[in-house]
Write a protein that binds this ligand. Structure first.
Ligand SMILES: Nc1ncnc2c1ncn2[C@@H]1O[C@H](COP(=O)(O)OP(=O)(O)OP(=O)(O)O)[C@@H](O)[C@H]1O
Length: 621
């Protein structure tokens, strides 16, 4: 049993770090963390029979020893990923019953995020980063802030070597449109992401799928070395090579959500499986142990003997022995655990690093890349330049023409000017929707808080929008010869633009996919046009629709632009500024009040996006 640490467990969590906290991993090895699960049931509403619960796990019991690597095998659809997800606390639906204990204690969901690694079947990587940057980015978000950057870099280099990723170290990961690293390299990078965080427990879902046999063996050999650091490892695996299978210490075989074998890997497992089968499949030359076992079980399953198989295990001496061990492990008092491990298991903060550190890291790695990416910049600036040039040339010089027939042109151009950011918001929707899998995985891994992510997105967009809007609003203001102050004109445009961005985030947050978001956003914006006060004057609106005008941010944006224009030189009674303002019911409020309301919308949309992204389940698993 490991000596208790002289530092508090938990890392930087915003409540104050203890110096040298990051050394905790080294002191973990002797202790390790056994995972016990007993009589686990997991059920969801059946998607084949209405009103019926489908039991995807039925009375599943077993344990994974620290310092060992366990294989989870069985035919496709037998419940392997379900068991992994239930143990790792990654299920978002369904009901789990039974006992799960890590080192004899029930872990908090935050513990599972912070101290367990989970390698998913599908890769979720940031296409704009290189392999090295992706690993360092994760290390910066997940390892203690007390650890010097040089040590994090050294850990990344070591991992690149172990995972044979040195050759593609600086290759951009890429995406479906711009090819980057190969599928196998992406898989290994994904594994690297789980390993760089020094997990206590490592779950891997099909870690070798898509890899050639050489690389599979290399990767799993590397994964196995972690057991000497006390890490508990469990991997679902389909058809491992003989060598790869030999790396596993224990094996759970499942069929239709039930255990058909749990015990040591090796010939015991084969003999046990054969004794359960009514018709024993021959161990033909060329078979390896793993292939044979899966074939045996799959054939039994296809022949409808899965329950016979599972009952055979449930009634076996092996199951009784396992049951006795599980009971004795569970009765071991958790008081014998070192204090730091008890604290880890009870941790309540889901992230290792504080929010400001997360924000800094996201900006450092993501914003810097985005600002050099034409695909990012184009849709955000291109449309604004085109439309503003059109507006400026169409209305050239009309802003200081004081005559009755021109007032409507000025009111119209100002109205169109503030509708642009609302329509342009469409450019900001994909950033959130298309990144959803990555966001979900990184949140599940405890890399950052939702607010950190959203703030980093705001930094990304608002900085760029601020710079772009300065230039655009200058040539539009002076080209049209508008009245009032340019700074005010720019500020109103900038706040409206910011409202458009945060509105896009809210729409993206509530929409299940891009199609819905693309339909929702313009529909909402069109409704805003009617109530902005220009197309239908406020005092003439039917009383039952007036409320909508109050919650229409375009009304405040256009209102403040109008007040800025018609209280400038046009405010002179000779030029009828106040008459125009009164005509549109804008005469009673000053521009700063309008801008204050406008800013309030930004806060409301931001909070709505934040709340939605915090509580909405984007993944159904
Ligand atoms: N709502 C549902 N109703 C009925 N059956 C369901 C429902 N949801 C999932 N299933 C079934 O639960 C089973 C468990 O799936 P799981 O992904 O855990 O299997 P697996 O062993 O990991 O498979 P694979 O090796 O193919 O990844 C599957 O057979 C699936 O069809």
């Amino acid at each position: 049993m490991g000596a208790p640490l002289d530092v508090e467990a938990g890392g930087a969590n915003g409540n104050g770090d203890k110096a040298q906290n990051y050394v905790r991993e080294k002191s973990f090895a002797p202790q390790g963390m056994r995972i016990i699960f007993k009589d686990l049931d997991y059920h969801v509403p059946s998607n084949t029979q209405k009103g019926v619960r489908a039991y995807l796990l039925k009375k599943v019991s077993g344990f994974f020893e620290a310092h060992q690597m366990a294989a989870l095998m069985g035919p496709s659809g037998s419940g392997k990923t379900t068991l992994l997800d239930v143990l790792a606390g990654r299920k978002t639906e369904g009901k789990t019953e039974g006992t799960i204990a890590f080192a004899g204690q029930k872990p908090t969901p935050q513990f599972l995020r912070r101290y367990t690694g989970y390698v998913e079947q599908f890769d979720t990587l940031l296409g704009s980063l290189s392999v090295y940057e992706m690993l360092l980015y994760t290390a910066e978000l997940k390892r203690s802030t007390q650890e010097p950057l040089e040590e994090k870099k050294a850990a990344v280099e070591e991992l690149l070597t172990k995972l044979s990723l040195q050759r593609c170290r600086d290759v951009k990961i890429g995406n479906a449109m711009a090819k980057g690293i190969s599928g196998g390299q992406a898989k290994r990078t994904n594994i690297g992401i789980a390993l760089i965080t020094n997990p206590r427990v490592l779950f891997l879902d099909e870690p070798t799928s898509g890899l050639d046999s050489f690389t599979s063996n290399e990767v799993m050999t590397m994964v196995k070395t972690l057991t000497s650091d006390g890490v508990t490892i469990c991997a679902t695996i389909h058809s491992p090579t003989s060598y790869c299978f030999s790396l596993f210490d224990s094996l759970i075989m499942m069929v239709k959500g039930r255990v058909v074998y749990f015990g040591p890997r090796g010939h015991n497992a084969i003999e046990f499986a054969q004794s359960a089968c009514p018709q024993v499949k021959e161990f033909l030359p060329g078979y390896n142990d793993a292939e044979y076992l899966v074939d045996l079980v799959t054939e039994a399953d296809i022949a409808g003997h899965s329950d016979v198989f599972a009952d055979h295990y449930a009634n076996s001496d092996l199951a009784k022995e396992n049951g006795a061990k599980i009971d004795s492990f569970l009765t071991e008092s958790s008081d014998v655990l070192p204090e730091h491990i008890q604290k880890e298991l009870a941790v309540r903060s889901a992230t290792v690093t504080p929010w400001w550190w997360g924000l800094k890291t996201l900006v450092k790695y993501r914003t810097s890349k985005n600002y050099r990416d034409g695909e990012f910049l184009g849709p955000r600036i291109g449309d604004k330049i085109m439309i503003s040039l059109l507006i400026m040339t169409l209305y050239l010089g009309v802003g200081d023409e004081f005559n009755d027939s021109n007032y409507i042109n000025i009111a119209a151009v100002l109205f169109m000017w503030c509708t642009l950011p609302a329509f342009g918001a469409a450019a900001y929707v994909p950033a959130l929707v298309l990144e959803r899998n990555l966001f979900t995985r990184e949140r599940n891994d405890g890399l950052y808080l939702v607010v950190t992510y959203l703030l980093s997105k705001m930094v990304d967009e608002l900085l760029l929008a601020g710079l772009a809007s300065l230039g655009i609003s200058a040539y539009v203001f002076y080209g049209i010869q508008l009245q009032g102050q340019w700074v005010t004109f720019w500020l109103i445009y900038y706040i409206t633009l910011s409202n458009g961005i945060v509105l896009a985030y809210f729409i993206a947050a509530i929409s299940p996919n891009l199609d819905v978001a693309n339909a929702l956003l313009p529909t909402y914006v069109v409704t805003l046009l009617f109530f902005g006060g220009f197309l239908f004057r406020f005092h003439e609106m039917p009383p039952w629709w007036k409320w909508y005008s109050y919650i229409d941010f375009l009304r405040y944006s256009w209102g403040s632009l109008m007040v800025n224009q018609f209280t400038g030189p046009m405010g002179d009674p000779a030029w009828m500024g106040s008459t125009v303002l009164n005509y549109y019911s804008l005469g009673e409020v000053d521009k700063w009040t309008y801008m204050g309301y406008l800013a309030l919308f930004f806060i409301v949309f931001f909070l709505l996006a934040l709340i939605t992204m915090t509580f909405k389940k984007y993944q159904s698993r």
